[in-house]
Design a protein around this ligand. Structure first.
Ligand SMILES: Cc1cc2nc3c(=O)[nH]c(=O)nc-3n(C[C@H](O)[C@H](O)[C@H](O)COP(=O)(O)O)c2cc1C
Length: 368
């Protein structure tokens, strides 16, 4: 795997034609690798932030295997600034480079404080959540609700940008609803403020997760700004990634749900986009990665919480592997005995084909 599809830093204010400078060697933090607020070069495939899912260990595995980058679960900026344990765990990034922390909130002061703390604790990039559709988030006027008032959104973006010297990025939807598809306007404001990249999920907030992501609609953002654009929504394979990049004109794709129970997918797509052989791990390697993830969660959260937190991952790994009977699967996601869960997880892969469905590695048509 080459390093040239890594996220890498360039000079502030440089347009994409001038990017990249030198790719950052594997393992180097972004912080300090480039000037403050440096533009980013983004290529390949990133793991999306998924609240309650993209925990430290999932991000570590995805990144180690070759995902371009990973983004933390959203961290409530105020909770983080107040030092809650849950927020701290969500923002944990040891062993993940670059470490991208996504902050959510609607108050520019808390967002700035959260950003300052995250950067002080090692975040290489701060990402601002303006895409979350959940009522619990938009009810507090955070997430995609910020797209209803772009002047307020801009003040919040400015506060975060001024609070830190590391690169800042923003993730958004196409708009709040069909009548207000204002992602290009928001992206332009972010770019003027010095934001290094934007990610766009090709749905409006009112769509939640219904229908198909509109990759072509992301092109309006691509045409509005010169900074890198990452396209997101319904990418589940290398073919999807290529189609998404072709329709959107984006620089990279971000993969969320398709990587649950399959964190190696992001690396495989990144490699495929770079024209490299796309080999997903065989059953034994997948079993070892699933076990590593599970053990990591028990260590991170403690056994009691870890077993519970792991359930969605265990179910997804077992479903991908396909080796459990329905009663065994039920037991896997209900047992409170960590050893029993580990044994069932192993068994799930025993009946699994040696290799998941392969995708031919063809030279990338664009964007690598
Ligand atoms: C369970 C779940 C949790 C999510 N949490 C976040 C989050 O914390 N921050 C965020 O920006 N988006 C979040 N999203 C949205 C995803 O990052 C992504 O934009 C969306 O799932 C579309 O991409 P996909 O089709 O590849 O999953 C979440 C989505 C799901 C399904």
């Amino acid at each position: 795997m080459t390093t040239d599809h890594y996220l890498s830093a360039g000079a502030p204010g440089a347009g994409p034609a001038a990017l990249p400078r030198e790719p950052i060697p594997s393992g180097s933090p972004l912080a300090g690798a480039g000037p403050a607020h440096g533009a980013l070069r983004v290529r390949g495939a990133l793991l999306a932030p998924l609240s309650g899912v993209t925990d430290l260990h999932m991000r570590r595995i995805a990144r180690r295997l070759g995902a371009t980058a990973t983004v933390s679960e959203m961290v409530a900026a105020e909770d983080f600034a107040r030092g809650t344990e849950e927020a701290r765990l969500r923002a944990e990034g040891e062993g993940v480079l670059p470490h991208i922390v996504q902050l959510a909130g609607c108050d520019p002061r808390w967002m700035a404080e959260g950003a300052r703390l995250a950067a002080a604790n090692g975040a290489d990039v701060i990402d601002v959540n303006m895409g979350c559709p959940a009522k619990a988030v938009t009810g507090g006027q955070a997430g995609s609700a910020l797209m209803r008032d772009l002047d307020h959104a801009e003040r919040l973006l400015a506060a975060v940008r001024e609070a830190v010297s590391v690169p800042v990025t923003v993730k958004m939807r196409l708009g709040w609803d069909d009548a207000s598809r204002n992602a290009p306007d928001l992206a332009r404001r972010a770019e003027r403020l010095g934001y290094a990249a934007v990610t766009v999920h090709g749905r409006t907030r009112q769509q939640f997760y219904t229908g198909r992501a509109d990759w072509a609609a992301i092109r309006a953002v691509r045409e509005a700004v010169a900074i890198p654009v990452v396209a997101n929504g319904d990418v589940g394979s290398l073919d999807d990634a290529r189609a998404c990049l072709a329709a959107s004109g984006a620089d990279a794709v971000m993969i969320g749900r398709a990587a649950v129970g399959r964190p190696w997918l992001v690396a495989a797509v990144a490699a495929g986009l770079a024209g490299e052989a796309m080999t997903e791990p065989d059953a034994a390697a997948r079993a070892a990665l699933a076990a590593e993830h599970y053990d990591g969660l028990l260590a991170l959260y403690g056994t009691r919480m870890g077993v519970r937190h792991a359930r969605k991952h265990l179910a997804a790994y077992a479903d991908q592997a396909g080796g459990l009977t329905p009663p065994e699967r039920t037991r896997l996601v209900t047992t409170t005995d960590p050893d029993e869960a580990a044994r069932l997880l192993r068994r799930a892969f025993e009946g699994s084909p040696a290799r998941p469905e392969q995708q031919a590695a063809r030279p990338a048509s664009r964007a690598a």
